[in-house]
Design a protein around this ligand. Structure first.
Ligand code: KLP
Length: 270
């Protein structure tokens, strides 16, 4: 990966943008371009998780994935440099209620299509995101939405990937097989995608807001209950969403199938 290695003296750090689970993100300047950099807080996590994220990002490139520009792995602090997304995280953007943008059904479906295109690419590369949520997507120029934060992404040989993942898991975005056996797959990413589009049509509300994690595990695994249709969500989209939450992973559609469905629905709102 040496051609990704950059000289940190070429970076000029700007203001802090936020702190994610894998480090702190800043605005920065690199070769006269504005970029975003993520610095690994020394000793805050295992170095190879950070290196793993950088390595995963060097192998992926798609208009709906946050593009990697370079890494600093040969000295501390470890740094990942990516394209700058001017409107920040999708979750912050949805909460900001930007007038005129978020009340357009067509625009909201376009957000779903953008994320789906990025996830279809990851699916085709046998890459499982494992933490797909509005907080881990970013909004750029012309309100394009891109999938980011590959901190937990893993390249797996086959589609199934079970792990004894110990860290705190985002329960409210997790599929039943993930809650029961931490069994990850592109189909568990599809489940999380369903929760993400629920977030998009709910203006960034917390899913199962008045329920504890334990209660969510109970209703998802044993009661077969699901999130309700958000007011702003068309029935055509909600019907698709319910398919993404099929109890059995194999009954959920692939991102490939989902994209063609969403594009058909988008046409009816043009
Ligand atoms: C304008 O506001 C922002 C802009 C960005 C941003 C956060 C905010 N603000 S906030 C917290 O949403 O309020 C995070 C990034 C980013 N890449 C992040 C990234 C790096 C650097 C390394 C590996 C993986 C990833 C995804 N590119 N642009 C922005």
């Amino acid at each position: 990966h040496d051609h990704w290695e950059i000289d940190p003296s070429e970076l000029v750090k700007g203001k802090e943008l936020g702190t994610g689970c894998f480090g702190t993100v800043y605005e920065a300047w690199w070769k006269d371009n504005i970029v975003a950099i993520k610095l690994m807080k020394p000793g805050s996590m295992s170095e190879d998780s950070f290196i793993e994220e950088a390595k995963t990002m060097t192998q992926l490139s798609h208009p709906n994935l946050v593009q990697l520009y370079g890494v600093v792995t040969k000295q501390q602090p470890l740094i990942i440099i990516t394209e700058f997304m001017k409107h920040g995280s999708l979750w912050q953007f949805l909460k900001s209620k930007v007038p005129g943008i978020l009340n357009e059904t067509e625009r909201l479906i376009m957000f779903c299509v953008d994320v789906c295109k990025g996830m279809k690419y990851l699916e085709s590369r046998k890459c499982i995101h494992r933490d797909l949520a509005a907080r881990n997507c970013l909004v750029g120029q012309n309100y394009v939405v891109k999938v980011g934060d590959f901190g937990l992404a893993r390249h797996v040989i086959d589609d199934e990937y079970s792990s004894s993942y110990g860290a705190k898991f985002p329960i409210k975005w997790a599929a039943p097989e993930v809650l029961k056996y931490t069994k990850f797959s592109s189909k568990s990413d599809v489940w999380a995608f369903g929760v993400l589009i629920w977030e998009i049509f709910s203006g960034g509300e917390l899913p199962f807001a008045n329920m504890s994690n334990a209660e969510v595990v109970e209703i998802i695994c044993n009661k077969d209950e699901r999130l309700k249709k958000p007011k702003a969500c068309p029935h055509s989209v909600f019907t698709q969403m319910m398919n993404y939450w099929a109890q059995k992973a194999e009954d959920r559609p692939s991102f490939k199938n989902i994209l063609s469905c969403l594009l058909e629905i988008l046409e009816t709102f043009k």
